[in-house]
Design a protein around this ligand. Sequence first.
Ligand code: PGA
Length: 256
Amino acid sequence: MSKKRLVIGNWKQYISTPQEAKKYLSVFRNKVRTGSPEVWIAPAFTIVSAVSESLKKNAIKVGAQSVSSYTSGAHTGEVSPQMLKAVGAKFAIIGHSERRAIGESDTYIAESLAKTVEAGLSAVLCVGETQRDESGNYFESITSQLTSALAQFPRAYANKLIIAYEPVWAIGKSAEHAMKPGELQEMQIFIRKILADLLGRERAQPIVVIYGGAVEPENAYALLHEGGVAGFLVGHASADPKPFAAIVAACAARAR
Ligand code: PGA
């Protein structure tokens, strides 16, 4: 398994102007030591360029919260991987549950995933069940999301792929509603097995698996060390530089 640690801030619409972003980064930069974990930030499309400019001399990478499967032509409102790359993006989040909920299909997700890595960007593929039931149907929904998203994945780009496991029922909640570390451990092992089945053991091995959904400073350490993931995709707790920096610090700490 890869030893790389990665924490991604998904700013959603929390940080919405270049001014807000600048203020945020001036606080955040002084609070985090760059190196391990790697820190990536996904602002809204409209400020990717400004944030990337502000972080030009910094190890923090900038990316987008979504990306189109269309690369050029008559596609109103679509933003391609090449367009993102041209303004400094290094990665894109793909298939976030909030995007799936407003209509992104499995086909669109699979196509944008392939186009994104082919364009040289890293791709953070989100998968997650909407609910948990005792019959364990959630394993099937994760298998089906991974299988359809990776159906046409160009395997040579497996090193550009990151899986963000985000159970939808935990997203936006506070730490006590997050997944328990033991449940996470079980799920990340399962995800690794499916990745090995789909891409081959060797290609799957270095893929980084992170967790998202109600990650806060209070639960980050236990989720990382007992849950066995390589890091986090953080939503609401990344909207303020202080808790986000505390999550980064929890991921930098050695196992106690
Ligand atoms: P949350 O969101 O941290 O607010 O639960 C995570 C996400 O949606 O990526």
